[in-house]
Design a protein around this ligand. Structure first.
Ligand SMILES: Cc1cc2nc3c(=O)[nH]c(=O)nc-3n(C[C@H](O)[C@H](O)[C@H](O)COP(=O)(O)OP(=O)(O)OC[C@H]3O[C@@H](n4cnc5c(N)ncnc54)[C@H](O)[C@@H]3O)c2cc1C
Length: 368
């Protein structure tokens, strides 16, 4: 059973799979999440027209993009410190700058889309290392993006790191805007079975269809392993709850706890809270899009701390699947060519909302 996310109440009406598919396209994009849609968007801006087809096996999108938390963020301090021990500070800074670029792209390409300009707050402990990191991040941009200030979390008042550049987005509204404004053709209910060397084998309503392409980009995120046994993208489920409307003293910025594993924001007066993956690692290494009672219970207890009272109920609970390159946040480039005309662009971990537009623009520039 599909448990819809809070955002999916705004899905457009379902369209049946097309009766006919083209025999050949210039560009085939597989997967209509943020990556596939941003790529279609930027390809549509090229000076020379390319016949671009986006195929998606779901009725709209079913992986991470419609089921995330909608944080348009360039990253928070405690997570970056943890990442730096794994991949080094240079890579962390590089990713921070890419995500910043992605935020700027969302703002410039869609000035009409309403963002929650609330900034973000990292409530983890501030150490000397944190202060040094903030200096490096601000230094890299020449702006005071990060500052230390006092913030309220439930009944706790504590020093915390504030990022003034981060914002919240409604993911489904952005996905719809990307599709509505693009010149690409979209076909839903079409599954890719096999791809390579200029030919894709598709399945639509039980029928097979062979499609030839000049270039293909397989943007299937955590599902890459279903198509390509040598894929290094590993799945990581993320679960989210949304409460009934709440009364709380907690700051209404995007919030992070526990090195970014737990994250929350306020939407329509409700708490949206995701996380718990670090507590249930083995069980969450799955492509199964179903939430579990254990994570729900964990999130419910954390919600009590964040809100500071128990005058609310959980009204929504869903799961989405992230793709982690080599099992890690910053485990390598999401781009991987399998032959001269076919490339996977998959594995953005928990960062795809800001990173996907950057990679999409990069690919479009290469096809100029
Ligand atoms: C709970 C949760 C919270 C998150 N919060 C944030 C956040 O706040 N900020 C942030 O930046 N990132 C966040 N992320 C990560 C972010 O959502 C992803 O990085 C991003 O959505 C990835 O986009 P994508 O297009 O690569 O993949 P997806 O959105 O997963 O899209 C892949 C698409 O491919 C389709 N597909 C798969 N196989 C096939 C096939 N064989 N044929 C046809 N179609 C196929 C799927 O149906 C799916 O629609 C979160 C993720 C989760 C799960």
């Amino acid at each position: 059973m599909r448990r819809t996310s809070y955002w999916e109440s705004e899905l457009p009406p379902e369209v049946p799979p097309p009766a006919d598919l083209p025999a050949r396209v210039d560009v085939l994009i597989v997967g209509a999440g943020f990556m596939g849609r941003w790529l279609a968007w930027f390809l549509g801006k090229l000076p020379h027209p390319l016949r671009t087809l986006v195929i998606e096996r779901d009725r709209f999108s079913y992986g991470a993009s419609t089921r995330n938390a909608g944080f348009l963020t360039c990253g928070q301090a405690s997570e970056m410190l943890a990442d730096a021990t794994e991949v080094g500070m240079d890579r962390v800074l590089e990713t921070f700058l890419l995500r910043r670029q992605g935020i700027a792209l969302v703002r410039s390409e869609f000035p009409g889309i309403a963002l929650d300009e609330c900034g973000s707050t990292d409530y983890d402990e501030i150490t000397q290392q944190t202060r040094e990191l903030l200096k490096a991040l601000n230094g890299a941009t020449g702006e005071e993006v990060y500052s230390v200030r006092t913030a309220q979390l439930g009944h706790e008042v504590r020093p915390s790191v504030f990022n003034r550049a981060d914002a919240g987005v409604h993911p489904v509204r952005l996905l719809r805007a990307l599709q509505d404004g693009a010149s690409a053709e979209y076909a839903f209910g079409i599954q890719l079975l096999h791809i390579g060397d200029g030919t894709a084998t598709l399945s639509t309503a039980g029928r097979r269809h062979e499609l030839r392409y000049s270039r293909a980009f397989v943007c299937v995120n955590a599902f890459a392993g279903e198509l390509d046994a040598s894929s290094r993208v590993q799945p990581g489920r993320g679960q989210v709850i949304v409460t009934s409307p709440v009364q709380t003293q907690t700051d209404h910025s995007l919030g992070y706890l526990n090195h970014g594993y737990d994250y929350f924001r306020f939407v329509d007066g409700r708490l949206l809270l995701g996380g718990g993956r670090h507590m249930f690692r083995a069980a969450e290494a799955t492509r199964e899009l179903e939430g579990t009672p254990a994570v729900r219970e964990y999130l419910q207890q954390l919600a009590q701390r964040i809100i500071g009272n128990s005058n609310w109920q959980v009204e929504h609970h869903w799961a989405g699947i992230m793709g982690f390159m080599n099992g890690s946040h910053l485990g390598g480039s999401p781009r991987r060519s399998v032959d001269a005309s076919t490339e996977y662009v998959a594995g953005f971990g928990g960062m795809g909302v800001a990173l996907a537009p950057v990679y999409a623009q990069q690919i479009a520039n290469e096809l100029k």
